[in-house]
Design a protein around this ligand. Structure first.
Ligand code: SAM
Length: 279
């Protein structure tokens, strides 16, 4: 039974980190004319109407995308991401990762989006219906991405963004990434993960397993918006990349302090590092 609905969290600090990093990698990839494939294992609804009940419940966007949109930013990547979001915000909408990818990518590129939840899939279908570059799959994204890899065009990126509702999901993702990297060695793999308090924080163990199983190196970027709390909430999140294109690591390193200053100047923090395989 799938209970997670991303609309409750649309535009929060974790979305800002994920979608900004995603847009930066895509912008780097489209510097070359060659077409590329964008795959997504857990696409959710694609875009969100912030005036509806779910986003309004906790208004998480008010401490995520709203302060970013209201701030002056110095990095070009942030300015472009802000401009992309602002086009949706004009109608009080927030673009999820499928909409971010569809906005950055070109006519020659393909988007392959997977989503398992029935209602989310229907909303995704409606949001993407006019885009001829998009193929949708109402299926398990983990077995789906393995079945569809390597994609054609072979150049490209997969975003893996599970809800992490089950502790076993972390192990499943670590195994998936090792399998996927073997099947599609040139693919860029982007993985979002939550930073949770204390013993619920399973991401570090997952990243260790991924680093050990990778011949390629892993780059991680993390943003937290409060001190590591003693309660059970999510205090931040991270993005992990395999095959991150050159120079994007430096650009991400530059935007992180800026986002932290805007979203959480007092209690927040950030980190970025290359995790080298110990093998
Ligand atoms: N990537 C989206 C974005 O940033 O806009 C948000 C994705 S949300 C965190 C996770 C989604 O995964 C939910 O919509 C959930 O229904 C879906 N989901 C959960 N398990 C899945 C599975 N095994 N395969 C595909 N989708 C799944």
């Amino acid at each position: 039974m799938l209970s997670y609905r991303h609309a409750f969290h649309a535009g929060n600090h974790a979305d800002v980190l994920k979608h900004l990093c995603l847009s930066m990698v895509l912008e780097k990839l489209i510097e070359k004319d060659k077409p590329l494939t964008y795959l997504e294992t857990h696409a959710a609804a694609g875009a969100y109407d912030l005036n509806t009940a779910m986003p309004q419940k906790n208004r998480e966007y008010m401490s995520g995308i709203s302060p970013l949109l209201a701030s002056e930013v110095s990095s070009e990547a942030m300015s472009r991401y802000k401009a992309l979001v602002a086009r949706y915000f004009a109608d009080y909408k927030y673009p999820g990762s499928p909409a971010v990818a569809a906005s950055v990518l070109r006519e020659q590129d393909k988007l392959v989006l997977m989503e398992l939840h029935n209602t989310e899939f229907e909303i995704l279908r409606n949001n993407m219906r006019r885009d001829k570059r998009v193929t949708l799959h109402h299926r398990d994204g983990i077995e789906g991405v393995l079945a569809l890899s390597p994609p054609t065009p072979r150049r490209g990126i997969v975003l893996i963004d599970p809800p992490y509702e089950q502790p076993l999901e972390y192990e499943r993702i670590a195994t998936l990434i090792a399998q996927l990297h073997r099947k599609w060695p040139v693919g860029v793999i982007a993985l979002w993960y939550p930073l949770l308090a204390q013993e619920r924080n399973r991401a570090p163990a997952m990243l260790d397993v991924i680093a050990r199983s990778q011949p390629a190196s892993l780059f991680t970027a993390e943003l937290w918006v409060e001190a590591q709390a003693s309660d059970y909430g999510m205090y931040g999140s991270g993005m992990a990349f395999i095959n991150l294109p050159w120079t994007v690591d430096e650009k991400i390193a530059l935007v992180l302090p800026e986002i932290q200053q805007i979203l959480a100047p007092d209690q927040g923090g950030f980190s970025h590092r290359w995790v080298l395989s110990p093998n």
